[in-house]
Design a binder for this molecule. Structure first.
Ligand SMILES: Cc1cc2nc3c(=O)[nH]c(=O)nc-3n(C[C@H](O)[C@H](O)[C@H](O)COP(=O)(O)OP(=O)(O)OC[C@H]3O[C@@H](n4cnc5c(N)ncnc54)[C@H](O)[C@@H]3O)c2cc1C
Length: 322
């Protein structure tokens, strides 16, 4: 049976999308089906041809009604495409559009859904997904009993799909009835951090917590980030305090990141925060409290007031660049 992977045309064929394609290719191989990529949203020829180099078919849904993200209309289009394709599984990334659409799509298709997948397997024809639970303290294996299995997968948890030398897959544009009236209307759109690289793709992250005491110290963290090519992030407490944008939040209800190095500054290390960084290769922490839970998880730790550490760090890093 075929596997469908879903990409939104307003994003790139980035590391997260490559991982979804990789997971899809493996499932398709095991189940003996095709890997079919759906690209939904305004026309994006570059994305179509990248996917044509990894998938067996690219299904493009770029009708005028899909020019702007509208959950009900996108859901209608995906439901129609999936009903025609009758796939064994539909794979999404872990972005906000995917998290919004995937469970609803599973319901419309009378399938089953599971999110934040970190491993996929097939056992006796049944698709199983592994995902972390209880804020990252345990890993559950879930068998998806009803077909199709609609899954959203954690960024970077899967190897990219192998690419063919040239874009060889057929690109099709099925007719989709989008004449429905959306039950909701978007009144206003505010974009945040347009043009910024995605936190999920960052190699190095420096993240601030409530212990910073206010928004100003984030400027110092930004200086350090500039010196080491890092991106800024934050705990929920710092975001909720309005010191930084909500899009910086890392954790159970924020972004799941997988950098090579995660520097946690004045972050306690609550389980809900750690759930977002369980895939970080190296965690370094600066915290004034030697008993802070973050020290149980980090490879490098400095027990000190961040105000004494960050200026020194800045100075040393700047000296290294001279
Ligand atoms: C359902 C649910 C979901 C949640 N989801 C998330 C999530 O996605 N992400 C998330 O982060 N949290 C989440 N939380 C909140 C989480 O439980 C914690 O409350 C939050 O992570 C605490 O943030 P913090 O470590 O910045 O703040 P605090 O817990 O206040 O810790 C501040 C730390 O800074 C240290 N500190 C203070 N002053 C200094 C100084 N001068 N120098 C150095 N260190 C200093 C302190 O010792 C302390 O360890 C969630 C909670 C719930 C219930």
């Amino acid at each position: 049976m075929d596997i469908l992977i879903i990409s939104f045309s307003n994003s790139d064929y980035d590391r997260a999308a490559q991982g979804v394609a990789g997971a899809g290719r493996n499932l398709a191989t095991v189940l003996g089906g095709r890997l079919r990529a759906v690209v939904i949203g305004p026309g994006n020829a570059a994305m179509n041809s990248r996917l044509a180099a990894v998938a067996d078919e690219v299904i493009v849904a770029d009708q005028a009604e899909l020019a702007e993200y509208q959950p009900e209309i996108f859901l209608q289009a995906l439901t129609s495409i999936c009903r025609d394709a009758a796939p064994a599984a539909v794979l999404f990334g872990n972005d906000t559009y995917s998290q919004e659409l995937a469970p609803r799509l599973a319901h419309r298709l009378s399938g089953s859904a599971a999110g934040d997948g970190i491993e996929l397997a097939v056992d006796n024809g049944a698709i199983r997904v592994r995902r972390s639970v209880y804020g990252g303290k345990a890993v559950a294996t879930i068998e998806l009993k009803r077909s199709p299995a609609v899954l959203w997968l954690r960024a970077r948890a899967f190897e990219p799909a192998p690419e063919k030398d040239s874009a060889t897959a057929a690109i099709t544009r099925p007719a989709v009835d989008l004449s429905m009236r959306a039950p909701t209307q978007i009144i206003e759109r505010k974009s945040e951090g347009a043009g910024e690289a995605r936190l999920e793709d960052a190699r190095v992250i420096i993240s601030g917590g409530r212990g910073l005491g206010g928004p100003e110290p984030f400027a110092d963290l930004q200086d350090v980030a500039g010196l080491i090519g890092a991106q800024l992030a934050a705990s929920r407490a710092a975001c909720d305090s309005g010191w930084c944008p909500p899009s910086w939040q890392v954790g159970q209800t924020g972004k799941k990141v997988a950098p090579g190095l995660y520097i946690a500054v004045a972050i306690r290390g609550a389980s809900q925060h750690m759930a977002g960084i369980s895939d970080a290769r190296v965690i370094a922490a600066i915290n004034i409290d030697a008993d802070a839970p973050i020290f149980k998880h980090c490879r490098f730790g400095i027990v000190e007031d961040y105000k004494n550490v960050i200026p020194l760090l800045k100075e040393k890093l700047a000296a290294l660049q001279r």
